[in-house]
Design a binder for this molecule. Sequence first.
Ligand SMILES: [Zn+2]
Ligand SMILES: [Zn+2]
Length: 362
Amino acid sequence: MANKKDYYEVLGLERNCTLSEIKSEYRKLARKYHPDVNGGNPESEEKFKEISEAYAVLSNEGKRRQYDQFGFNKNLFDGFDFGSVFSEFGFGDIFDNIFGSGFGSVFSGGRRNSRRKRGSDISTGVKISFKESAYGVKKTIEYNANDICETCKGKGSTAEDGIVTCRECGGSGSVRIARQTFIGNIITTATCSICGGSGKIVKDPCKNCRGRGYRAVKKKVELDIPGGIHDGDSLRISGKGNSPGRDSINGDLLVTVRVTPHPTLKRSGDDVVSNIGISFAQAALGCKIEIETLDGKEEIVIKPGTQPNEKIILKSSGMVQLNGYRRGNHIINIDVRIPKRLSREEIILLKKYAEGRKEVIG
Ligand SMILES: [Zn+2]
Ligand SMILES: [Zn+2]
């Protein structure tokens, strides 16, 4: 799979291109690299996968936004429904040839038609430190989700004839209801209340899941949180949400990232800002001072004659930008602090100093 690849470049498009441009460019390239046209040439097959991956991301509004914001991330693909991408272009037949083994579990999930029942999404959160948000971090999170029951394989019953067609709706899952109103009979369809829309009745329910076909389990997922992520940003991981049972598509997992504030470092766009206080003498005479940076402690030099509110900029020591290639700066604001209390000796020295400079005091 492509790693940190520029999907726009793969399709030969500008970053601000429209959806219809994405579609037409993909169609053109897919025809060119279609494995049937190229007699199974592995290079064009690779190319076909690459453009399909780019198309899958850029043609989906949510994924495109996530990609534009965060760059490549393997979470973009977990459980991705590739079948529907191909059927849209009439490539459904080649799915197994192309993705059967090569892509393995990365694209598992959606190769049948998209009319399958879809499980609900799960929202959860993860806390990361300020430094982790600067560089990006891998985090394994645990959460509760409904997963297909292993005992009955999601069918709801382990018995051969444990499931029968619903007699109320004849297996269609919906019933027609006729209502008499003043404008005549109105026929509406409603979900069958007997089978709940599944068209089937579980006669001999599985003991493990009580006939539902799914069970609550603890799940783990490794998140690849990109550097530069903001507090409150959320990552969508396809296919890691709830399962509604057999022959279905899992919902998604939505993870909101909470960044714990740092005691001295603050974020400002891609820059990191911190404040240091130095004394009047340190400002006038210059000094070396140790400060906290994203990369650990660092000694910086304060030049003689430094003024209050002067800034020192440490280039490329800020947050990793979300596209992952550059870093912001670290800006240090210098505060010159005047002592509020002086000893008798200090007063004598300062007075002497002021007299020497003919400064009017007291
Ligand atoms: Zn079961
Ligand atoms: Zn029914």
